[in-house]
Design a protein around this ligand. Structure first.
Ligand SMILES: [Zn+2]
Length: 264
């Protein structure tokens, strides 16, 4: 990785100017160019990686005077994965600077340590690294059907797989079984790891699993869900967008079902 500041004034870079879960985009793209073109000063700029040989820079919207057109990070989901993850990283560092202003040890004021990419207490000097919340996400298959749930917060009526936060003292597999049971009343077996995706809304790590139906009837937890159902590949509802690990899980499960059908 490039050292902070080294390249800021020397080469053209990708610019991740962030505010909350929003990021500055121009025509749907991450702006690319020299710091001087955009009037950014080196002081608040941090290099967080590189993409196709060019440095990727993070800075907070509040550090600059110009009001830039901001978009949701979700609009970057269709980017190549490496670039989406760098944009996510900038959003998560932005979130860190906004939410970790004070030291949990002594209550002193934190500032950004540019070398460590962590917050540091000006009083006791403790470094506080960005918080990452572990989450599981799981696609459950019952023969030729997939278990999908609808959340009240998704206004477009889309369905997706079950997800939830890890509790202390719990394995990921226990978390998978617990979340599916709590949200839908279903017991699962054959839980296996599928993949992972950092999810900067605001700072989760999604750890994805596939599982098989074992027993039970669907009883949605209506405090969390508006619906949960088994769906066949030929009667799928609108689902999570491309670029999400939820969508990868759904596509993998549908492919597994189709493979099973062709084998028969
Ligand atoms: Zn402190």
């Amino acid at each position: 990785m490039l050292e902070n500041g080294d390249m800021a004034h020397e080469s053209a870079a990708y610019w991740c100017v962030v505010s909350g879960s929003d990021i500055w985009l121009e025509d749907g793209k991450l702006p690319y160019g020299f710091a001087s073109e955009f009037g950014f000063s080196d002081r608040d700029v941090v290099c967080i990686g590189d993409y196709q040989g060019a440095p990727v820079m993070w800075l907070n919207d509040m550090e600059i005077e110009a009001r830039l057109p901001m978009s949701s990070l979700r609009e970057c989901l269709a980017y190549p994965q490496d670039l989406f993850l760098l944009a996510s990283k900038a959003v998560q560092y932005g979130h860190m600077t906004q939410t970790m202003r004070f030291c949990p040890q002594c209550g002193g004021r934190n500032h950004l340590n540019h070398n460590q990419l962590a917050m540091q207490c000006t009083e006791c000097r403790t470094l506080h690294y960005p918080r990452i919340f572990p989450c599981i996400i799981v696609a459950v298959r019952k023969e030729q059907q997939i278990l999908l749930a609808q959340h009240p917060r998704h206004r477009n009526g889309m369905y997706t797989v079950i997800a939830g936060f890890l509790e202390v003292g719990e394995t990921l597999e226990q978390c998978v079984a617990r979340e599916v049971k709590e949200e839908t009343g279903i017991e699962v077996s054959n839980i296996r790891y599928f993949g992972s995706q950092p999810w900067a809304f605001p700072s989760s790590m999604m750890m994805a699993f596939l599982a098989d139906y074992q027993s039970g009837n669907i009883k949605p937890d209506y405090s969390e869900l508006s619906d949960a159902q088994w769906f066949s590949p030929d009667e799928m509802p609108p689902v999570a967008p491309i670029g999400t690990i939820a969508r990868q899980l759904i596509d993998q499960t549908l492919a597994d079902i189709n493979e099973h059908l062709t084998e028969k």
